[in-house]
Design a protein around this ligand. Structure first.
Ligand code: XBP
Ligand code: MG
Length: 252
């Protein structure tokens, strides 16, 4: 029987709704600043989210959305420059406290800390984006609460590849069967599943139509005792919000 030894959190869409009102406007600000007339509206951004990673997303956009785009000689440098500017805009938004945690996230992290359960992060986003979000929402010490922060380019193959979860598990020296992944997207579920992890999904506007095949439980939010989640698929073991008892029941 598996025993719950760690929770591994995705960041974007799981800890906070960062995509529509965070990453998306930050990309648009970077495009404006570079004198480009590109604008990613909410619907376009939903299509672009099929590709994880900001640099990879810009490259995909240039290839698939801009007809007759004449790439600069140093395309990698061009994309990296745009992405650096995007990260600067995004971090400024986080620092202003513009992006709150989703329901249940703070409670869950506090419960894990109180009971000594290991927590970690496995995300595609840039490492600074993670530490700024944690500091802005949970306090200056919060990044240190996580035993591993696996983020960004530490693995070349981003989600849906399993590499980022495998990297995190290696650092934690834990077996996948003893950990639970918390995700919001189909790409995230594939990544965690292919690394051998059971997954709980908390959906959002961009991901509610994704394929969550293989997830143990799909809910619309982690919920709170006074505001329960809605179960979309899987077994919630009779619970109304996600906590460590339910995490243990899922792994048992
Ligand atoms: C998150 C992402 C990220 C962010 C942008 O996916 O795809 O690319 O949208 O971050 P997941 P960067 O939640 O599955 O990890 O621009 O820093 O790459
Ligand atoms: Mg996500």
């Amino acid at each position: 029987m598996s025993r719950l030894k760690a929770l591994l959190f995705d960041v974007d869409g799981t800890l906070a709704d960062t995509e529509r009102d965070g990453h998306r406007p930050a990309f648009n600000a970077a495009f404006r600043e570079a004198g480009l007339d590109w604008h990613w509206d909410e619907a376009t951004y939903g299509e672009l989210l099929a590709v994880t990673g900001g640099k990879e997303r810009i490259r995909f956009f240039l290839r698939e959305f801009i007809e007759g785009f004449n790439p600069p000689a140093d395309l990698d440098g061009f994309i990296a420059g745009l992405h650096q500017a995007k990260t600067r805009h995004y971090l400024a938004m986080l620092q202003e406290g513009g992006i709150p945690l989703r329901p249940g996230v703070r409670r869950l992290i506090e419960e894990a800390r109180r009971t000594g359960l290991t927590i970690g992060i496995a995300t595609t986003t840039t490492p600074e984006n993670v530490s700024y979000l944690l500091r802005a929402t949970l306090g200056a010490d919060a990044p240190g609460w996580f035993s591993v922060i696996a983020a960004g380019d530490v693995v070349p193959a981003k989600k849906p590849a399993p590499d980022i979860y495998q990297w995190a598990l290696q650092r934690l020296e834990l077996d996948a069967s003893d950990c639970l992944a918390l995700e919001d997207s189909g790409n995230g579920v594939r990544s965690a599943r292919d690394a051998g992890l059971a997954t709980v999904v908390t959906t959002n506007g961009y991901t509610e139509g994704d394929d969550f095949d293989g997830a143990a439980l799909v809910v619309d939010q982690f919920g709170e005792p006074e505001s329960p989640f809605r179960v979309l698929a899987g077994n919630a073991h009779g619970r109304e919000y996600f906590d460590l008892d339910l995490a243990r029941a899922i792994l048992a």
